[in-house]
Design a protein around this ligand. Structure first.
Ligand code: CUA
Length: 315
């Protein structure tokens, strides 16, 4: 556990690059500001009161020197801007083949749901060398998942999904914590981030008790809460079919077109009046006070799983 060291170990390529960026920027700032302070000290001594120094100031200009000390730092600062922006933008390019793990934050714990249905609290096990995408929701207030070893932190905000991805390379046990003040026990809201070799992770998945995969648990909820009554192919009510919905552009009332991503599916369940699929009546009831974020994540997993169905192209 690296919890107490000032410099948490780097467990991903991203972390190493963030450190390189931060260190280089520190050196840049140092190299730009050190001459100023050193010269201040030198001049303060050389030209102090009573010192018989030469105080004649002949006009002696060197335009190129003057221009260079404006241009060079400017160019360096822009180079850092581009470097940092690329690194940051990369965080928003989610890899397609990633392992998707659901995260629900609530006062004061972290709940994780693996696609196979394995659940854990305040501990997150991930395989080394594989991209992992976290889809994060909050059950109450704003939290922020911070994994120092990955140099990653992202807010978890009620009412929307935020996502974070990483590829951890170094197996080991690290720290995860909440980095947004979220109430009395905020400082206690944390736990362990465990990076395992692929084989160990597979074994861990096997040994962790599961009821069923997330999508299968979602399918059960889908029936329990009566969604299937309207959304199944044989239903008498005119509701949009959900087969192959995920990732597809959906025309909605008013002429807009939105992509059916996780956020769209979540909102359609909890805030159904927000986007009405074009050509369908406004009859979907809200499940905002019925379902918790964990259940919604399961339903989303189920609806996403429908994309692979062989009858996908039927409509
Ligand atoms: Cu959750 Cu601080």
């Amino acid at each position: 556990m690296d919890g107490l060291s000032a410099w948490a170990s780097e467990i991903s390529a991203h972390a190493a690059e963030v450190d390189l960026l931060a260190m280089s920027f520190f050196l840049l700032v140092l190299s730009l500001s050190a001459p100023v302070f050193i010269l201040m000290a030198v001049f303060a001594v050389r030209y102090r009161r009573g010192k018989p120094a030469d105080r004649v100031h002949p006009i002696d200009r060197n335009v190129w020197l003057e221009v260079s000390w404006a241009i060079i730092p400017f160019a360096l600062a822009i180079a850092f801007y581009i470097w940092a922006t690329r690194l940051y933008a990369n965080l928003y390019e989610l890899p397609a083949d990633a392992l998707e793990i659901g995260v629900v934050a609530k006062q004061w714990m972290w709940k994780f749901q693996h696609p196979g249905g394995q659940r854990e609290i305040d501990e997150l096990h991930v395989p080394a060398g594989q991209p992992v995408v976290l889809t994060m929701a909050s059950q109450d207030v704003i939290h922020s998942l911070y994994i120092p070893g990955l140099r990653l932190k992202r807010d978890v905000v009620p009412g929307r999904y935020t996502r974070m991805w990483f590829t951890a390379d170094k197996p080991g046990v690290y720290r995860l914590t909440c980095a947004e003040f979220c109430g009395a026990d905020h400082s206690m809201m944390g736990g362990r981030f465990v990076v395992m070799q692929q084989a160990d992770y597979a074994l861990w998945l096997e040994q962790t008790e599961v009821d069923a995969s997330l999508a299968v648990q979602g399918a059960v909820l889908f029936r329990t809460y009566g969604c299937s009554g309207c959304h199944s192919p044989g239903a008498t009510v005119h509701a949009p079919s959900l087969d192959g919905l995920y990732g597809r552009p959906v025309p909605i009332e008013g002429g807009q077109i939105v992509t059916a991503d996780e956020q769209y599916i979540r909102d359609s369940i909890l805030l159904p009046r927000q986007h009405i699929a074009a050509g369908y009546p406004r009859i979907m009831p809200t499940f905002a006070n019925v379902l918790g974020e964990e259940e919604v994540l399961k339903l989303v997993a189920y609806i996403k799983s429908l994309r692979a169905a062989p009858w996908k192209d039927r409509q």
